[in-house]
Design a protein around this ligand. Sequence first.
Ligand SMILES: [Zn+2]
Ligand SMILES: [Zn+2]
Length: 135
Amino acid sequence: MNLKKTNDMKCPKCKGEFEAITFKDITIDRCTNCHGLWFDMLDKEDLLKLQGSESIDIGDEQVGMKYREMRDIDCPKCKLRMVPMVDKDQFHVKYESCTQCYGTFHDAGEFRDLKEHSVLERFSSMLKTLRTNLS
Ligand SMILES: [Zn+2]
Ligand SMILES: [Zn+2]
């Protein structure tokens, strides 16, 4: 059971309110102001695998860019300082991670970015498999 209380969470970057967004039974929190996304542990990985999940990331990339360099933030759940991270495949995707609850915060547009990449990757590995099978 997921009993998280979204209501008392504030966006760690702009202090806006979060709203709960559900995509195929996975609930994440999105800031109503900067549209940054908060993912609980593993929710991001699960969502990346789902088709169409980029629709949760409705934010303006320009706004995301503005908040991207803001990296000294506290976890909205645990109130602990988060660790600045860089995506292992896409170095320009910078996000923050909490070492206690493993939640992650992504600026607007970053999830779409990650999603696009993972689709491309899947496509190229599919091609590779095809080629191997054909030769
Ligand atoms: Zn925000
Ligand atoms: Zn935390």
